[in-house]
Design a binder for this molecule. Structure first.
Ligand SMILES: Nc1ncnc2c1ncn2[C@@H]1O[C@H](COP(=O)(O)OP(=O)(O)OP(=O)(O)O)[C@@H](O)[C@H]1O
Length: 357
C-alpha cells in the first residue's frame, strides 16, 4: 500500500494532535484523541473476546526500514496486555498503526472489532491513548489542560465538563495539584495528567506507550498501581514497555517483539512456565559443585560467590543432589528458581534482553 499523502510524513493525520507548549512539555500524540463518531459508526464490536487483532501486519518505512514484520497479535478483552520488546523492536510503530495514525504497508489491524485506520472515527472515542508523553500546555494548570481536552471532544457535554474533569483528576491522584501550572509538574505528574485526559470518557481500551518511561522508581510504582486499578474496573489495558519486570508485575498477558517480529504471546504465567528455571546450589564448595553439576549434565554452569547456578539436567534432580553430597560438596541450599519472563525471552531468542535506551 502506498503511503498516505500527508506532506511527506508517515502520519495519516495530525489534526488531533496537541500543539502549543511553552515549557518544553512533550507536544506529541494527543491522549484521549477526540474524534466525532460518524453516522455509520454504529456498534463498535470486538465481541469475540478479542479487543485488538492483527493479521500479517507489516510496516516498512520510506527509508526501507522494516519496522513491523507480519505481526499476528491477539489481545483478549479484560486483559492487561504487555507489549514487550527492546528499543527499536517495532512497538511504537505497531501502536501507531493500531490507533490509525499511520497506514500499514500490508496486513490488517482490527481494534474493538473494526478495521483500522478505516474505522478510526468510530473506534477512537472508545479508546484512551497515551502515546509518547501527553501533549500539555505548560502555562495552563492541570485542570485547565483537562478542560481543554474535554472541550475538544465534540461528544462531551459542556454542562458536565467540570464534574468530569474533577473526577478524572481525582482518579489519578492530582486533585490537590490541579491548580498548579503543568510546567511545574514532575514527569510522573505529567504522565498522570495524560492518563486523566485518557480517562475523561469511559473507555473500553486504554493504549499506553511506555507509560513509565523516564520516571523515577516512585513515579513508576504510582503509574503501575494506577494501571492495575484501571484494569480492575474491566478496561482492557494495552501497554508497551521495554522493562521485563514491569510486564511481570503489571500484566496478565504479554507479547514479545524482537526486530519487528512477534516472538511469542500469551498469559504471562504460561510464557514463563514454558521455560525451565535455573538450578541453584548454595555451597562453600563452589568449584567442586560446578564440576559435579557438569558431570551430571547441567548446562551453562555459573559460579557467583557461594552459589552455583545452571540449566537443570534432564535427569531427576534428587539424583543430582545425591551426586553432589557423595562428592563431598557441602550443600546448604538446593532448588530450582522459577523461570522469569527474561529467561523465556533468552530461551526463545538465544539473546539477552537489551534494555539499553
Ligand atoms: N518515521 C520513521 N521512519 C523511518 N524509520 C522509523 C520511523 N520510526 C521508527 N523507525 C524505525 O523502525 C524501527 C522500529 O521503531 P519503533 O519506534 O517502532 O520501535 P520501538 O520498539 O517502539 O522502540 P522505542 O522503544 O525505542 O520507541 C526502528 O528501527 C526505528 O529506527
Amino acid at each position: 500500500m502506498e503511503e498516505p499523502p500527508t506532506g511527506g510524513t508517515d502520519e495519516v493525520t495530525r489534526a488531533d494532535r496537541g500543539v502549543a507548549d511553552d515549557a518544553g512539555v512533550a507536544a506529541q500524540a494527543a491522549p484521549a484523541t477526540p474524534v466525532t463518531p460518524t453516522a455509520h459508526s454504529g456498534h463498535v464490536g470486538g465481541d469475540d473476546g478479542t479487543v485488538i487483532a492483527t493479521h500479517a501486519l507489516t510496516k516498512r518505512y520510506r527509508g526501507g526500514q522494516l519496522a513491523v514484520d507480519g505481526l499476528e497479535l491477539s489481545v483478549p478483552a479484560g486483559s492487561v496486555f504487555g507489549f514487550l520488546g527492546p528499543n527499536g523492536s517495532g512497538k511504537t510503530t505497531t501502536i501507531r498503526m493500531l490507533m490509525g495514525l499511520i497506514e500499514p504497508t500490508s496486513g490488517t489491524a482490527r481494534v474493538l472489532g473494526r478495521p483500522m485506520p478505516k474505522a478510526a472515527r468510530a473506534v477512537l472515542p472508545h479508546v484512551g491513548a497515551l502515546i509518547e508523553g501527553p501533549a500539555l500546555y505548560g502555562f495552563l494548570s492541570g485542570r485547565d489542560n483537562l478542560l481543554r481536552y474535554d472541550a475538544a471532544d465534540p461528544t462531551a457535554d459542556p454542562r458536565t465538563r467540570r464534574t468530569r474533569v474533577a473526577a478524572a483528576l481525582d482518579r489519578v491522584g492530582l486533585a490537590a495539584a490541579s491548580g498548579k501550572k503543568a510546567k511545574a509538574y514532575s514527569l510522573g505528574m505529567k504522565q498522570r495528567l495524560g492518563l486523566a485526559a485518557a480517562l475523561l470518557q469511559p473507555r473500553r481500551l486504554l493504549v499506553l506507550d511506555e507509560p513509565t518511561n523516564g520516571l523515577d522508581p516512585q513515579g513508576m510504582r504510582e503509574i503501575r498501581s494506577l494501571i492495575r486499578e484501571l484494569a480492575s474496573d474491566g478496561t482492557t489495558v494495552f501497554l508497551s514497555s521495554h522493562l521485563l519486570d514491569e510486564i511481570e508485575q503489571v500484566c496478565t498477558h504479554a507479547a514479545v517483539m524482537a526486530q519487528g517480529r512477534l516472538i511469542t504471546q500469551g498469559a504471562v504465567a504460561e510464557l514463563a512456565a514454558g521455560t525451565r528455571g535455573r538450578l541453584i546450589v548454595t555451597t562453600p564448595d563452589t568449584v567442586d559443585a560446578a564440576r559435579v553439576l557438569k558431570e551430571q549434565g547441567a548446562g551453562d554452569v555459573v559460579i557467583t560467590e557461594d552459589r552455583v547456578t545452571a540449566e537443570p539436567p534432564e535427569r531427576d534432580l534428587a539424583d543430582v543432589n545425591v551426586a553432589l553430597v557423595t562428592a563431598g560438596v557441602r550443600v546448604r541450599g538446593f532448588g530450582v528458581e522459577r523461570a522469569s519472563l527474561e529467561d523465556a525471552f533468552v530461551a526463545l531468542t538465544g539473546e539477552g534482553f537489551d534494555v539499553a535506551g
